[in-house]
Design a protein. Structure first.
Length: 395
């Protein structure tokens, strides 16, 4: 904060000492940069894209942010500088979205991209029934925010938009969670009937009724169908019975062995390294950060000496490029420690598979051992970046 205050003082000095508008803009950008560093340091989970331009004797502020606090701080700073400007800043969500500022995923897996076009890089995925915030719209794409705060774009066909009342009703409703890797929602109580859609591990649908063999379920867009009771369970019952443990981490991880690597994937249709750790923890009742470089900032540091001693099953191992005198550490990969007297870990690289840090093992992974950065423990740790679903719904 002292550094930010220094920047603010310097930019104020620059502003008041310059009569040239272009120099004033330069000073204002310094203020802008300081506020962005405070309220939106990670563009993956917060938006603060604001710039200042000079047009004749006028200063124009344009761009967008989803931080009302950051926006107000900027306005207060400009007011204190006695800056007269044209305000073209959008605070998201705004009128482009309208009153339907929420949404729920309506397909088994929704692809969420880095830009509003189908050819854009896959940033992450969402599962059927996932609750989302809607921030913006461009063409046929909506900018959304997932429960782990990740912000990116999804095509309109992947979501069903809702107003606040509809969204609250959906979130409060009784649901069924799908617990197999793959399956189907059927049109009738018969596995040979027409298929309404596919469904994957972790998918959620609204509970309607049940009999001995099937759950009747409803989609966010009000389609109805049936799930085999052997492939799902009432969500609240699942969560209540769930005992997050080292062994259950391994059990869930093994269910995904052999699944293909997919950049941006977080589902059983394809999964990247951090998507894999995310799914394993989700099925243990936790929502954790999306990317490996975010996951390393949560939990409790273990194995600070980088010797693989004191690690416990379920700890996350991080890999990448170590810091130098000129460059920061760069995290590019993550896996889950299992140990099992083999110094074994499981990760998604090419596919989900087991590797070892023991050079005597057939699956010894010398490449990752040489770029090991450290580990974090999530189980039993209270952290604002690790959302406990049991606490969220207050069982």
């Amino acid at each position: 904060m002292k550094f930010q205050n220094l920047i603010l003082l310097l930019t104020i000095f620059l502003y008041v000492s310059c009569s040239n508008n272009s120099l004033r803009v330069t000073g204002l950008e310094g203020v802008n940069k300081s506020i962005k560093a405070q309220y939106a340091p990670d563009k993956r989970v917060a938006i603060f894209d604001i710039k200042f331009d000079s047009l004749g004797d006028k200063i124009i502020a344009s761009g967008m942010t989803d931080s009302k606090e950051g926006y107000q701080k900027l306005l207060d700073s400009l007011k204190s500088l006695d800056v007269q400007f044209i305000n073209n800043i959008r605070v998201l969500p705004d009128t482009i979205v309208g009153n339907k500022m929420f949404a729920v995923a309506r397909n088994s897996v929704i692809n969420i991209r880095s830009a509003p076009k189908h050819s854009a890089e896959l940033g992450t995925q969402g599962l059927l029934g996932m609750s989302l915030k809607v921030l913006d719209k461009e063409g046929d794409f909506y900018r959304i925010q997932t429960p782990d705060s990740y912000i990116s774009w999804v095509d309109r066909g992947g979501i069903y938009r809702m107003n606040k009342g509809e969204f609250d009703t959906w979130n409060a409703s009784k649901k069924v969670i799908f617990t197999k890797n793959f399956g189907y929602v059927y049109a009738t109580k018969n596995s040979n009937s027409t298929i309404v859609s596919d469904i994957t591990l972790g998918g959620l649908l609204k509970y309607v009724s049940e009999d001995a063999s099937f759950y009747e379920v409803k989609y966010p867009d009000n389609r109805t169908g049936f799930i085999k009771k052997s492939e799902g369970i009432v969500y609240e019952n699942w969560l209540q019975k769930l005992q997050p443990s080292k062994q259950n981490i391994e059990t869930v991880a093994r269910k995904l062995e052999g699944f293909p690597y997919l950049w941006g994937g977080t589902s059983s249709k394809g999964i990247d390294c951090s998507g894999f750790t995310k799914m394993v923890y989700l099925m243990n009742g936790f929502v954790i950060p999306r990317d490996a470089s975010q996951q390393i900032n949560a939990g409790k540091t273990v194995d600070a000496s980088l010797t693989f001693e004191g690690l416990e099953k379920g700890d996350l191992l991080f890999f990448g490029t170590k810091a130098t005198t000129t460059k920061k550490q760069r995290v590019t990969h993550v896996g889950i420690w299992l140990g099992n007297n083999k110094m074994e870990f499981i990760h998604s690289a090419g596919n989900v598979h087991f590797s070892s840090m023991d050079s005597t093992q057939a699956n010894y992974d010398e490449f990752n051992k040489n770029r090991y950065l450290g580990s974090k423990r999530y189980l039993g740790i209270k952290d604002k970046n690790i959302i406990d679903l049991k606490e969220k719904i207050k069982l």
